[in-house]
Structure formats: structure tokens, C-alpha cells
Design a protein around this ligand. Structure first.
Ligand code: ZN
Length: 327
């Protein structure tokens, strides 16, 4: 008789498939806490979310495919996978091959951090208190992991905005690079981006230069053909109108006015976007320059998934760490 309270060995692996996620973005903190109150509930919840497997992906090294979850008080998860076969004592960590592997934090802590982070509640003091983190550097590590998930997402599904009938505003913005924890400005860093007026989706990338040779390929990469593009009169944009992509290009002369009095063209959406992005950066005082790239990815990610951030985050972690799920 096995002593475990959770076992899934009857499940046929072949029938497993991705199933719709629970609507975690609709959960209140009270409902979320109920799902993660005991370690048993947390494990089951993480399995439901596809963050922990319902079975290890492979048989034990002795070739048995007969795993069960057994109690194991020395593990932080209080359970481990055990081979049920007689005389085979092989075990495996619950976290093998998952997003949680190599972490010494409790599952609850990581899940709670994901819950808050996805909602944009991600200040260090708050997370440290609410998720019971010992150190701020651990929080920084996990925020970086989550930012990496955002970056991975854009590698697989690049930001593409606009299209026929859509209006996209583009602009370059100057960001100062600072050395970590020091105020001295090192150099100017240009960020180039665009925002779709209709969908509010955006792209923002670091650029070394802001000449046509740099910017035009980026526009073609991120702005769909046939889009109406609005910009200031920066000369790098001059060939947009008759170049590849079939863009309709309109400009506003910023040295004269913010809104063109005749055409009504303005780029206030992208300027607001830069303001938002920089405000948040300011709160992350001393952000290391190497993080700016993934910081922009996170910014774009939040614009892409304003409605259901947590469900998308979880689904994207599943893409990176596919585990066996219940059908
Ligand atoms: Zn075995």
C-alpha cells in the first residue's frame, strides 16, 4: 500500500493534452490563497496549471513506468516521485524539468510572486512582505526569470503591429544608461518604438544608431504592410512613403507644433508610451544596463496581454517547460 495521498499512476500518458487553464486572472486573492493553502493543494493546483507534471515524463532509470507521489519530509515540497516497483527505490524530485527546478523557495512563494507580478504589483517591499522572501536579491532573480519568459515569448512571437486601416505612431527616444547604483550618466541609449493606436500594442527595441539603415528594417520587421505611419520629420523616415511595405507616411513638424493644424497628425500616443515606460524604469532605481533590453520586453508584454496576464504567463512557461498535464 502506498502512503501517498496523491497518485496518478492510473493515468494513461497518451491521453494527456493541454486543457483550458482555470481562469486565474479572475481569481481574487482570497480564492487564490485557498488553492495554495496547503502543500497538497498547491501541488495539485500547480498540476492543474501545467506548472508541475501529473507524472514524470520518463520511466525510472530501471525502466519502470510506475511512479507515485510519496511523502518526503526532507524535501521543501514534502513529496517526491517514487517508483512503485518492488525493490526499486528510485525517486525523483517533483520539480525535475519544471520552471521551479533549482529553486530553494517554496512553491507557494513562487506562485504568489507570479500572481502579484502578473498584475503589475511588483515592488520589492510589497513582494518581500507578502511572499515572505528572505532577501531582495531572490526577488530580483525571480523578476528576471519572469522577464526572460516575456523575452522568450517575443522571440517566438515577434511584436507585429498595424496593418491596412491601422494607424501606428513611431518615434525614437533617448534613454540614459547609468552604471549600477551610481548616478553618473555613461552614455545616451536610443530606444526605437511604435504603438498601434487601435490595439495599443507596441514594439520597443534598443538601437545603436537612429539612421535610416538601422530604423527602416526594424519598421519592416514590426509594422505590417499597408499601415499608416505617423512620425516627426526625422530624416531617417523620409523614404517610408515610397519604400517597401506600402506604408502611408504622414508627419508632424515638432519644431512648429505638436499637432499639425492642417492634417491633425500627432504622435502623442507614442510620447505617452515613452513617459509610462520611463516612469516605471525610474522606480527600478539603478536598473543595470544589461536589463534594459528585457525591461522593454516586459513593457511590451504587458501591453500585449493587458487582459489576462497571469493565464498568458502560465501558458508561456508551459511552452518553455512542457510537462505532462491531465486531459
Ligand atoms: Zn523503478
Amino acid at each position: 500500500m502506498c502512503r501517498c495521498s496523491l497518485h496518478y499512476s492510473q493515468i494513461n500518458r497518451l491521453t494527456m493534452a493541454v486543457f483550458p487553464l482555470p481562469k486565474v486572472d479572475d481569481m481574487t486573492i482570497r480564492e487564490w490563497s485557498t488553492c495554495t493553502d496547503t502543500i497538497e493543494n498547491t501541488i495539485q493546483f500547480a498540476q492543474t496549471l501545467g506548472l508541475l507534471p501529473v507524472l514524470p515524463p520518463t520511466p525510472c532509470p530501471n525502466g519502470h513506468d510506475n511512479w507515485y507521489l510519496g511523502k518526503y519530509s526532507r524535501s521543501i515540497d514534502k513529496y517526491q516521485w517514487r517508483c512503485r516497483e518492488k525493490n526499486c527505490k528510485l525517486t525523483r524530485s517533483l520539480r525535475d524539468g519544471t520552471f521551479f527546478s533549482n529553486s530553494k523557495l517554496e512553491l507557494q512563494q513562487i506562485l504568489d510572486l507570479m500572481y502579484y507580478w502578473s498584475q503589475g504589483v511588483d515592488t520589492y517591499d510589497f513582494l518581500q512582505r507578502q511572499c515572505n522572501f528572505g532577501s531582495k536579491s531572490t526577488i530580483a532573480d525571480w523578476k528576471n526569470f519572469l522577464r526572460d519568459v516575456c523575452a522568450e515569448h517575443f522571440l517566438r512571437h515577434p511584436a507585429e503591429i498595424g496593418g491596412v486601416g491601422h494607424v501606428v505612431e513611431i518615434d525614437e527616444s533617448s534613454w540614459t544608461k547609468r552604471k549600477f547604483n551610481r548616478g553618473r550618466v555613461i552614455k545616451n541609449q536610443w530606444v526605437f518604438g511604435g504603438i498601434d493606436r487601435d490595439t495599443r500594442e507596441c514594439f520597443a527595441v534598443l538601437v545603436e544608431r537612429r539612421d535610416a539603415a538601422t530604423l527602416l528594417p526594424i519598421i519592416q520587421q514590426h509594422v505590417r504592410p499597408g499601415t499608416t505611419i505617423l512620425s516627426d520629420e526625422w530624416r531617417a523616415y523620409h523614404s517610408l512613403q515610397n519604400g517597401p511595405g506600402g506604408y502611408i507616411h504622414q508627419t508632424v513638424n515638432h519644431s512648429l507644433h505638436f499637432v499639425d493644424p492642417v492634417t491633425g497628425v500627432h504622435t502623442q500616443n507614442i510620447e505617452n508610451m515613452w513617459m509610462c515606460a520611463k516612469q516605471k524604469k525610474k522606480r527600478m532605481m539603478g536598473m543595470h544596463v544589461s536589463l534594459l533590453d528585457t525591461y522593454l520586453m516586459e513593457f511590451m508584454w504587458r501591453r500585449r496581454f493587458p487582459e489576462r496576464p497571469l493565464e498568458n504567463l502560465i501558458a508561456q512557461i508551459f511552452e518553455l517547460y512542457p510537462v505532462l498535464k491531465l486531459e
